[in-house]
Ligand binder design. Structure first.
Ligand code: IPE
Ligand code: IPE
Ligand code: MG
Length: 253
């Protein structure tokens, strides 16, 4: 049977987060420059965005550039920033057509001005779209995000606009970049690394983790469907026992 047909559309994760890893290794295996791998990776981004929109995923967060990635060789960083600008320019009409809304999380101000301008335009031009929410994590560090949230909360407590005893998970969540999004139920990392690399540490508390050895430029629709199918075969227990889950509540809420 077609893998797509095996997926239960009523039990899809609302939010899928992906660490798009392995562009460099993919290129190296072909005797090419790392940047070639990043260019090919954009084709996978397009494919996965389209597949996610088609199947009915509501939020897709893609780790495109970490705060730590600034430490890569300047030529690679420059190439990635240029690729970002060109990709947004090229893909924006497609995003509009497919009812996709663009969001950015991360240290926006640290991005080159030209990137900020292009991304702001992209967000404005898709702001009315009601389909897939495409969230790009750029210059993103989860620890920075948590520290910033703590700092903003501390300031509110200090100036009297918030009481310390009123700080709870809801309030904390409101101070994260992801305040408007539900937590991801599924996190996918490509290219065979079993780590989180400073990605959505708070938000992934109860996410199902899916690791595949496929490098990002080879990760296409069918690979996403496999991950979704795998997710649907898991039992999400949230601290309860298997018996409680099976008798009391629906597995995917
Ligand atoms: C992911 O691929 C893309 C970015 C981090 C920007 P990598 O560039 O990390 O590729 P590998 O892990 O070196 O193969
Ligand atoms: C994580 O990949 C960041 C992105 C995919 C953008 P890295 O390749 O930078 O992560 P590490 O260095 O292997 O942990
Ligand atoms: Mg990598």
């Amino acid at each position: 049977m077609d893998i797509l047909e095996s997926i239960d559309r009523s039990k899809l994760p609302k939010h899928v987060a992906i660490i798009m890893d392995g562009n460099g290794r993919w290129a190296k295996e072909r005797g090419k420059d790392r940047v070639y791998g990043h260019h090919e990776g954009v084709l996978s981004v397009r494919d996965i965005v389209n597949a996610s929109a088609e199947i009915g995923i509501q939020y897709l967060t893609l780790y495109a550039f970490s705060a730590e990635n600034w430490n890569r060789p300047k030529a690679e960083v420059d190439a990635l920033m240029e690729l970002l600008v060109n990709t947004i320019r090229k893909e924006i009409d497609e995003l509009k057509k497919n009812n996709v809304r663009l969001h950015i999380i991360g240290d926006f101000a640290s991005l080159p001005e030209i990137c900020q301008k292009e991304l702001n335009e992209g967000m404005d031009m898709t702001a009315m779209n009601t389909g897939l929410n495409l969230v790009l994590a750029l210059s993103y560090s989860s620890r920075q995000e948590i520290v910033n949230a703590s700092k903003r909360i501390a300031k509110k407590v200090a100036d009297g606009t918030l009481k310390a005893e009123d700080v709870n998970e809801t309030v904390f969540n409101e101070h994260l970049y992801t305040s408007q999004f539900p937590d991801p139920e599924l996190m996918i990392r490509t290219s065979g690394e079993y780590r989180i690399s400073n990605y959505l540490l708070y938000q992934l508390a109860y996410a199902e983790l899916y690791f595949t050895s496929v490098h990002w430029p080879d990760f296409r629709k069918n690979n996403l469907y496999e991950a979704l199918l795998n997710y649907q075969q898991r039992e999400r227990r949230f601290g309860k026992t298997s018996e409680q889950i099976q008798t009391n509540s629906p597995q995917h809420v």
